[in-house]
Design a protein around this ligand. Structure first.
Ligand code: NAD
Length: 394
């Protein structure tokens, strides 16, 4: 038990603490959006990567929008002494509390989702307390993976081929300047595919199938990104893009394998949004700042919860048939990729500099959301007040 006044220290895309009350406020806002858009009931849902970003929004949508019993898997930590817990932990503490108050069942298994041990724990929990799974969301984003053979793979965010130079914003100094990133070698490409490709997703599905936990008509979805020309070299044509190619190919293989039970596997291509994972990619925060400016002006901006509520409502929810592109992908990035939006962002991209960052981009919005991920700079929170850091998952 430790009650403390928290003073955040941000370094680049990392914050040394998270604020439990702020994280709870973020969750409450997402729960309200999910509740306002109720959908057809789901029975049992498994979310891997459930504590933040798109996975958290998926958990909240399943439970509060579709009445599901849900089991989540994350890699987080509660407070220890005077050290705060992680934002993901506090997010889930709030989800658990809200679910309990609403009489809904949510459980969390905290540990390395890439490991066989955690898969076994999940299978045991599903067998003991949940019926077969209707929907499994794979939303894990991690910098490294230890595979079942014990080999550690480290992902890199690099272009492939020639070195790449582009504008980026320094999150410590708020300065816009060029960054040059050397091209990845073959080993780095392969390692990134091992971490962020589809191999682990397929292992999860195999584990569920072997345990007889796939309900008839079982559905699974993983999240991908394509993005604009501006980020093409570092994202879709880069190492992470290779991993996404693998993830998308895995969806096709899984889909074929699920036919026998009337099931499906899809990739959903989502919009660029502020999350811990996306903030770590060079160039992307500056692109997001410009994108937010344009999409907010156009009235087409969505956050993670709006994106996922729409994904469930229009595509993957019970009884829905997804609309897919020519490569079989669901495209909830449609509003981001809208031609007039992209044309406006491309024009601003040419102009953006340290001097005009505050006026022509929504960098202020990016920063607020980024700090908000850790529970800071939110309205209605008294940051001068001590908060209890130890937040059990009830
Ligand atoms: P995030 O950083 O917000 O969340 C990642 C989640 O993975 C967290 O719940 C974390 O606890 C969990 N996790 C990390 N390592 C783990 C491990 N070893 N075991 C178990 N859980 C682990 O990430 P995000 O941005 O929401 O990304 C989720 C997916 O969505 C990724 O595939 C990402 O590429 C994709 N996506 C993100 C964006 C974006 O702009 N953020 C856009 C399109 C697609």
């Amino acid at each position: 038990m430790a009650e403390l006044v928290l003073n955040p220290r941000f370094r680049g895309f990392i914050c040394t603490s998270a604020h439990p009350a702020g994280c709870a406020a973020n969750v409450a806002a997402q729960v309200a959006v999910a509740k306002a858009s109720p959908g057809a009931p789901l029975k049992n849902v498994l979310v891997v990567g459930s504590s933040a970003g798109y996975g958290l929004a998926s958990l909240i949508t399943a439970v509060f929008g579709h009445g599901a019993h849900a089991l989540g898997v994350c890699f987080d930590r509660n407070a220890s002494g005077d050290r705060s817990g992680s934002a993901g932990w506090y997010n889930l503490a709030a989800v658990h509390a809200q679910a309990k108050a609403a009489g809904k069942k949510v459980e969390t298994i905290n540990g390395d989702g890439f490991s066989t041990a955690i898969k076994e724990q999940v299978v045991a929990a599903l067998k003991a307390r949940f019926a077969p799974v209707d929907l499994m969301v794979y939303s894990l984003a991690a910098p490294q993976r230890t595979d079942p053979a014990g080999v550690v793979h480290k992902s890199v965010l690099k272009p492939i081929g020639a070195a790449y130079t582009a504008k980026t914003v320094n999150l410590d100094t708020n300065e816009v300047g060029p960054i040059t990133i050397q091209g990845a070698n073959d080993a780095e490409i392969a390692a990134t595919v091992k971490v962020m490709g589809g191999e682990d997703w397929a292992m999860w599905i195999d584990a569920l199938r072997a345990a007889g936990l796939l309900a008839p008509g079982f559905r699974t979805v993983a999240y991908s990104y394509i993005g604009p020309q501006i980020t093409h070299a570092i994202y879709r044509a880069g190492t992470i893009g290779r991993a996404k190619d693998h993830l998308e190919a895995t969806a096709h293989q899984l889909d074929a394998g699920l036919k026998a039970i009337g099931g499906n596997a899809w990739v959903s291509v989502n919009k660029a949004l502020v999350t811990q994972a996306s903030s770590a990619i060079p160039v992307v925060p500056l692109y997001i700042s410009l994108l937010y400016k344009v999409m907010k002006q156009a009235g087409s901006h969505e956050g993670t919860i709006e994106q996922i509520v729409r994904l469930f409502r229009d595509h993957i929810g019970p009884g829905k048939t997804p609309k897919v592109d020519s490569a079989g992908r669901i495209r909830i990035d449609d509003r981001e990729m809208d031609a007039p939006v992209q044309a406006a962002v491309a024009k601003l991209w040419e102009q953006v500099s340290t001097e005009n960052l505050a006026t022509i981009s929504d960098f202020a919005g990016f920063r607020r959301e980024f700090r908000g991920l850790y529970g800071y700079e939110l309205d209605g929170i008294d940051y001068a007040k001590a908060v209890e850091l130890d937040q059990p998952l009830v």
